[in-house]
Design a protein around this ligand. Structure first.
Ligand code: ADP
Ligand code: MG
Length: 303
């Protein structure tokens, strides 16, 4: 995963400010590194099936209960729904996301949110949802939701026949904005490190990201945002509205405080966050828990 090379970082002017400048010597923190659908675990079934009982509830649960449930199920990767519930409790704006386990339920949840909506595959075995044909955006009515529900489950079945599917998650279309990525990983030298950059393909192609060591101060957050090469895009490039940087700073500060208070969390990936002139909203998120030591795993999990 993350391989910071401290010898290359020491001595940088930014380091004293607990802010690590992006430069070619720092490998990009690959917060998506867990996500390549490695050898698909055998769920014990050759056929696509909706998990029963559901391992995700729609009622928001507190962090410790979500973590306890994941531990009981021997999971370290939390689902999008669980991750967003946790981040929302930390005061971070996320699109409200609910699980549907039937086509009819997907339609009723969509109607309750109001159209347009987004449907996504929800499976602990599928982390790159779009790659699995598992994301359909801008669905405008019940018929489109039904077709998307079927399309998503069929592609998941084709690509990952053994994946256990919890259901299909439903969320409102977020108001458009500049796609940002924010994340956290734990570095063995620096402890928790936050990342900020432009999201979508830009993060993959340009690796235009900045890092900051937790706990962040507002000036660190402001510098991280100012550091990325593509920052012009945040400032109203070609007639677009400029994004509210103070809201992005707030989000980084909330993330910093949250990470500082929760050593159980190993990684956070919020990709993308839509940044607008009047706020910023997380539309996809994944939280990864710390691996337990053998002694810890042997202990019964408290819920
Ligand atoms: P993946 O698992 O492939 O990263 P995402 O949940 O990030 O899946 O969805 C893929 C893309 O779909 C996002 O980058 C974003 O552009 C779009 N998207 C996802 N959720 C929403 C939403 N609620 N509103 C608008 N666009 C969305
Ligand atoms: Mg994503």
């Amino acid at each position: 995963m993350v391989e910071f090379r401290p010898t290359e970082i020491h001595g940088l002017p930014g380091f004293r400010r607990r802010f690590i400048r992006t430069f070619s010597g720092i490998p990009y923190i690959d917060v998506l590194s867990h996500a390549d659908n490695p050898a698909m675990p055998d769920s014990g079934s050759e056929n696509f099936k909706i998990a029963d009982p559901p391992c995700i509830e729609n009622e928001p649960m507190p962090l410790n209960e979500i973590v306890a449930r994941a531990r009981r199920e021997n999971r370290t990767v939390l689902t999008e729904i669980e991750s967003k519930q946790i981040l929302a409790q930390a005061g971070i704006d996320c699109t409200e996301t609910r699980l549907a386990r039937t086509r009819a339920e997907a339609v009723s949840v969509s109607a309750a949110f109001g159209y347009p909506v987004v449907l996504k595959i929800s499976s602990k075995d599928i982390t790159h949802k779009s790659d699995a044909g598992g994301v359909k955006v801008n669905l405008k009515d019940a018929a489109e939701v039904e077709a998307a529900y079927d399309g998503i489950t069929q592609s998941a079945l084709q690509r990952f026949p053994r994946a256990q599917i919890e259901g299909i998650s439903v969320q409102p279309m977020a108001r458009p904005g500049i796609e940002i990525i924010m994340g956290m990983t734990r570095d063995r030298n620096f402890g928790p490190v936050l990342m900020f950059g432009l999201g979508g393909v830009l993060v993959e192609v340009l690796q235009d990201v900045a890092f900051g060591i937790v706990p962040l101060e507002r000036s660190d957050a402001a510098e991280m945002i100012d550091e990325i090469r593509g920052k012009k895009l945040l400032d109203g490039y070609r007639g677009q509205d400029s994004v509210d940087r103070s809201r992005l700073e707030n989000m980084l500060l909330k993330l910093s405080a949250f990470v500082d208070a929760n050593p159980e969390i190993a990684e956070i990936d919020m990709n993308p966050v839509f940044a607008r002139s009047d706020g910023a909203t997380v539309v996809d998120a994944r939280i990864i828990l710390r691996e337990l030591s053998e002694a810890e795993s042997a202990r019964p999990v408290q819920s």
